[in-house]
Design a binder for this molecule. Sequence first.
Ligand SMILES: [Zn+2]
Length: 320
Amino acid sequence: MENFVQSNIAPFRCINCDAVLAINIVQNSIWDTRFGIKQEYQVCACAGCGLEQTIPMPNQAEMNKLYEQFYNFSGERNTRYTKIRERFVNSFLYRFWLAIDGDISFHSVNGSGNLLDVGCNEGRGLGFYRSHGFAAEGLELNSKAAEVARGKGFTVHCNTLESFTTEKKFDVIVLSNVLEHSLNPGAMLQHIHRLLNADGQLWISCPNSRSWLRSVFGRCWINWHVPFHVAHFSTDTLRDGLKKSQFQIVKMRQQTPALWVAHSIIAWLFAKPGQPTRPLRSAGLVASLIFLIRGLFFPLLWLGNLSKRGDCLVVVARKI
Ligand SMILES: [Zn+2]
C-alpha cells in the first residue's frame, strides 16, 4: 500500500484531519461483496488521527450514482426476501429477537420529544420511534423511499443534512448505520449539533473496525462494504470525532447482530469479484444461519462484545 500511496502525485488526505493516509490496513485489495461493483479498493488509516478510510474514495457525484444504481429501491422491491423481512420485522417475534440478539437501531427504546431519523429509508425505524413515544420525522434523499414513508403518515424531508434547516430543534437525532457512509463525518456531526436541543442526544450505530469478525473473515467481512462505507470507526476514532464536534458519550456498547455474521459467512462462501452475491438475499439461507449463529455461537458473540471487539458500535452521545 505504501507504493500505492507514494505512486500518486497527490497523496490521499484524511477526511477528518487532512493528514496523509499512510497505513494500509488490508493485505490485499478488497471489493464490494454485495452488489458486484467492478473496482478494487484499499482501506488506509490516517497517520494523524487514525481514522480508517476507503481508497479511492468516490466523490459525491460518483457516490450519488452508485446509490442510485445499487441501493434500496433501484434493485430490490417486493422480492420474496424483502417481503419475508418486512413480515418478520412487523411481527411480535421481532421484539423478542431484539431482546436476545441486541437492538442496534434503537427500535426498542421508549421516550418522548422530537426525533429525527437521518437516512430513514421507507420509514421502518420511524414506525418504531413513533410507537415508543417520539414525534418522529425523517431525512431521506431517495425520493421513492421518502414517498413510501410519507404514505405511512410521516414527515420526511428530501434534504441533505447540510441543506436541512428548520425552526424546530430535535431532542434526539438517529444515525443508524449512516455516519460511516458520509464523505465528511465531521461536518455531519456538526450539522447534527446545530439541529439538536441544548441537551439533545445523538444515537449512533456503525460497524466496529476492531471487530474480531473482521480478523476472521478478512476481505469477506461484510462491513467493509466498499465503497459505500467511507470511514471505518473504532471506539477511539468515534470518541475523538464526537469530542471534536462537541458531543459527550453517555453510553457506548458493542453488539454483534447474527444477521451481520450470517452475511459475512455468505460473502466468504459465495462472493466473487465483480459479481453480485445473490445468496445474501436468500431468505431461507439467511434465516437458517442467523438462528444457527445465535443458538450455537452466542458465547463467542458475547465474549467479542465484552472484549470490545464486537461487530457494531452502539453509542448514545449528548450535545455539550
Ligand atoms: Zn486523520
